[in-house]
Ligand binder design. Sequence first.
Ligand SMILES: [Cu+2]
Length: 664
Amino acid sequence: MTAGIAIFIGALYYSNVLTALPTDSIEKEASINEVTITSTVGSKRKVAGKGRTASIEEHLLQLNNVAMVKRGAYAWEPVVNNMSTERLSTTIDGMKIFYACTDKMDPVTSYVESGNLQRVRLDSGLDGNPQATGNIGGSIDLKLRKSGFDAAPQEFNLTTGYEANGHLQVYGADAAFSSQTFYANFGAFYRDADNYRAGGHQDVPFSKFHKVNSFLNLGFRPAPNHIVEGTVIFDRATDVGYPALNMDVSDATGLITSLSYRREQLAGLFYRWETKVYYNHITHNMDDSTRPDVIIHMDMPGKSSTAGLYSLLEGSRGKHQYQLNFDCYYNTLFADMTMYVEGAKPMYMLTWPDVGTFNSGLSLSDNIRLSDTHSIHLSAKGSWQQQRINSDEGYHALEIFFPGVERSKRTFMGRVSVSYAWQKNGWRLAAGTGYGNRAPSVTESFGYFLNNAFDRYDYIGNPHLKNESAVELNTSTSWQNDVIDTRLEVNAFLFHNYIIGTPDNRLSAMTIGAPGVKVYQNLKHAQIVNTAFTFSVTPLSWLRWDNKVSYSYGKESTGAHLPLIAPFTYLTALKLFHQNWEGELGGELVGKQSNYSNKYGESLTPGYAVWHISAGYQFNIHTVVANIHVGVDNLFDRYYSTYSDWNHIPQKGRNIYANLSLKI
Ligand SMILES: [Cu+2]
């Protein structure tokens, strides 16, 4: 509800680190449409930092309210306001896409590359982007990099990066061509990493990965203000290790396609109209054949495909700037498991019983600029959803536990939010509230004996779950002048019918070593409260000091703490700028997670402090713009894991990196 905040991938990478971001979404959106990456390079912060060699997850971590659940070195799961996938909406250019792994090894952010993206839009809480549904915690929209019309006739980028810890290599090349009536940009990226080492030179087995990604964007303008655009992204990760889990991934492949038509400069109530149709398909194959001491080998493939469309109208009149969006999609999720027991017939089970989800929604938002000092933001969305278990076998298996369960499920979901902001003389005060609900995920409704490596329980979905709902309250106060930029923000989410797995003693576990079976249930209440304070000071034109303190709290109706709630965290960074040079020295100081959730499988995570240092330089050779960046993360080789590292897998020890990017 603290409206949209966004970061550029690339040139502006470091500029938003730790700073309080502008909070007026429309203003931010508008300015982004006018500013291109190239024109921001001349600004104070010249160096793109790790730029495109950084993963999408590393970029996302620069945003306020964002954390990551890590199961290895690859495919981290984004967390916003201490809520993960089920309570977030993630879209790619407004397209819905759903992961294909029953163990959440492949959050949808893992199917794109930094080089595919122009920027990321994050909306905190219930005030989602137009295509977002079920976004109690927030919504992330990954905006694709499109060269656009009338840009530089041609541009070539080369990116390469190396990290000593894990021998991570990144290579990327992309090209862009632009004219009045046509544009194209395309490129390819490659990442390859061996196992990394935790602090104290400890090898972390099964932490390697390989990834290739290629993309193509085409634009055609047959007549002024009539624009046709198309996108294809192909992404494939192979031999991905997950040290926190019992299995790895042999391959995870995503194909993302879209075609859109846009009208610009319309007269009347709306000035822009865009309609996009899209299709994406994901296949995910887990593999335990490289693991030692596996008693029963398993095959666990999963598939997800989504077809959808949205049609967005944007307009402004007087004090109002508004958007009206219709969207619908159809997604199917299928996953199964074959267990090879020695000397016996293989056992087969459907873990996601080929569930088809049709969802169709209408959203509205309005930014009302009452005056220079007062503004109001409103947004609302309603959507209708139908789900059906398409597999007979899967339906009959669930029927054993839920006799008489219906094969299809219909529900209505909605969200409304309103916020008010006052600003004057560098002060900005904002307050907002919202109400919304979400339907249970396919895992929560229909998952079948899914083993969770976090608490080791087997999980069964519950088709009788009610929608989870939440009231959000948020407020922020910020003040800035030429030297100081400071901001305090608090948000609270008060849940009703909170969905979480609870043990069912009548059932016995399928997985060897599992303590029992959990079934998803609605808890009467739960609360999550997040607070953050940021303080930046720029005493000299070449020096800035950024600070951020955050604390969160989560509890449910029985009095137990919620799992995966961030402990007290202090981030600090000293940044230096001189001509074409940039330097940074920073630290992350985290308190012990004393409010850990014993009930939901957590154990205490001790506090830690890690430090980093980096330097960057930008220079020109004829018409080539070169950026070079070197740095060391975890300077003192500290052995540590964060509260959100699955099963306390240790994080990277000291890591020396260097990267070079060339723009021709
Ligand atoms: Cu998986």
